[in-house]
Structures are given as structure tokens and as C-alpha cells.
Design a protein around this ligand. Structure first.
Ligand SMILES: [Zn+2]
Length: 289
């Protein structure tokens, strides 16, 4: 089963939901960044949350979530687009802390801090930025808290990553359920109770639920329809042109020094781990350009 995302809208338009299976995507991120289990769970939850939240932004925007904390992980930076692509990294990928209550302690690894949410217009222009304190550092509740306090939307967010004994990602996914303007509080309360008693997202994914089945399980008898299902994947925006611009931004003196020492410039993209090598001759061409 490939990674996908599915959206739901209730018949009266007052309840929106989205669910995603991200097992392959999170496993790929683990491989790229060589994360340890707690960092794998933190990064996977953040990537999944970003993909879910990105379904609520405009088509010509990009979403960025930055979690900053005083714990050993220090932070996470993830981005996602409404087209279902995501990228991101943990500040200290080799972070693993003892589990708490039998679960990977993402909140303990992240510590106390803030969540910064940004919506960046692709064509340039004013970006939207909001910073809220972390509630628990467990990612899902922090994103839900952001939605409630900053966007005044009653929301439930569940994201999870199950890491096996070898450190590989066995299951990952999540859901976001939101009350739209005009939604009936009693109905939301009913759904909230249903979500509370439902298995966690990793359990739903592990037992073979695709996003549509997850939505059916969580929303039960709520009348509505699944709007669409789309693939989600890890995709970075780095390329040769960006790398060359980054090298040029180092300044002429720095580039001259590299050339004089006979060293090619090596740039590693922190988002995806891709390694770019720009040779001596090309450095010269960059300076002459
Ligand atoms: Zn990259």
C-alpha cells in the first residue's frame, strides 16, 4: 500500500477531516537523515502533521512548521504543500531518549518551547506567521492547540510513528478533524469522544486501514463524502541552481579561498541529505558569471 491522503467533508459542510498513511515517506526520511528512534518518531509525526495541515492552505502556498525546544532533539523543521509533498529534518537526528509509558518520548526529546507555523505564498508576497507555546511537544496536540488558539477552529489531530526493534518505521500516519464555522458543538463533542476511544493512528495503519477506512472509523455515522485521495511523498526543492546561489552567497573571498586550496565546494542539503559537489573549474565559472 503506497502512502496516500484522503479528505472528507460532511454533507452540511461544517466538519472537515483528512487522514494519511505515511509509512513509506517516514521510513525514507529516516534513511536519509539516519535518525535514531525518538528522532524518527518526532520527524515522522511532524512530516505527517504538515501534510495534513497543508490540505487546509491555498494551492499557491507552502506550509512550514518549526518546532523549537530545550530538550536534546532541539527542534524540527518540516514543510509541506497542498499537492502532498513534504520535506524536513530534525536538528539533532541522532537523538534517542528512554521511552515513557512504553512509548517513544517525543515530548521529552523536544522539551519546552514553541511551534512556529508559516504559510509562504509561492509567488512571493506577505507570509503568514504564528507562534504558539508547545503544549506537550508530542506534535499532534501542539498542532491541534495551534488550530484552536490561532485559527479558532475546534480540532483534533492524531499523528503517530511505530518504530520496530531494528529502528525501521513499521507504521506511520495520522488524521486531522476540524469543526468549520457553524458546526454543531454537540456533534463535535460526539466525534471527539469517538476519536478518544479509537485506536491510535499507528494501530489503525498497522492493522491495514487506508486513509478512507481511518476516516470511516473516526467519523462513524457522520454523513458526508470522501472528496479525493491523493498520493503523498517526500520531495525536496533543492537543485543545482539553488546550490550555486548558496555558494555565491558565501561571498567572493570565500570562493577564492576554496579555489586557491584546490578544494571543490561541497554542499549538503539539510532537508534531504543530497550532496552536491561543485568543482574548481565550475567555481571559477561562477565567479566569472
Ligand atoms: Zn534537498
Amino acid at each position: 500500500m503506497g502512502d496516500t491522503l484522503a479528505r472528507f467533508l460532511s454533507d452540511d459542510g461544517t466538519i472537515g477531516a483528512v487522514a494519511a498513511v505515511t509509512t513509506g515517506l517516514v521510513e525514507e526520511a529516516r534513511g536519509r537523515h539516519a535518525t535514531y528512534p525518538t528522532a524518527t518518531a518526532a520527524l515522522g509525526r511532524a512530516l505527517t502533521a504538515a501534510l495534513l495541515l497543508a490540505t487546509t492552505i491555498k494551492r499557491d502556498e507552502r506550509l512550514s512548521l518549526e518546532f523549537s525546544g530545550d530538550g536534546p532533539l532541539r527542534g524540527l523543521l518540516v514543510e509541506a504543500t497542498p499537492e502532498g509533498t513534504a520535506r524536513g529534518f530534525a536538528y539533532r537526528p541522532q537523538t534517542h531518549v528512554p521511552p515513557r509509558n512504553g512509548k517513544l518520548d517525543v515530548g521529552g526529546a523536544l522539551g519546552a518551547g514553541t511551534l512556529c507555523v508559516m504559510r509562504v505564498p509561492l509567488a512571493g508576497g506577505a507570509l503568514y506567521r504564528s507562534i504558539v507555546p508547545l503544549v506537550s511537544g508530542e506534535i499532534g496536540v501542539d498542532v491541534a492547540n495551534y488550530l484552536v488558539t490561532s485559527e479558532q477552529r475546534p480540532s483534533a489531530v492524531g499523528v503517530g510513528v511505530l518504530v520496530d526493534v531494528d529502528g525501521r518505521v513499521e507504521a506511520a500516519g495520522g488524521y486531522l478533524v476540524q469543526g468549520m464555522p457553524g458546526s454543531d458543538p454537540e456533534r463535535l463533542e460526539l466525534i471527539a469522544r469517538r476519536i478518544e476511544t479509537a485506536p491510535p493512528p499507528t494501530e489503525l495503519v498497522r492493522t491495514g486501514h487506508d486513509p478512507q477506512a481511518m476516516l470511516a472509523r473516526l467519523l462513524d455515522t457522520t454523513a458526508g463524502r470522501v472528496l479525493d485521495a491523493q498520493p503523498v511523498r517526500l520531495r525536496c526543492r533543492c537543485d543545482d541552481a539553488r546550490v550555486r546561489r548558496a555558494i555565491l552567497a558565501m561571498g567572493r573571498a570565500e570562493i577564492e579561498a576554496l579555489r586557491a586550496e584546490g578544494h571543490p565546494a561541497e554542499v549538503v542539503c539539510e532537508f534531504c541529505g543530497a550532496r552536491y559537489v561543485v568543482g574548481i573549474e565550475e567555481l571559477g565559472a561562477l565567479l566569472d558569471a
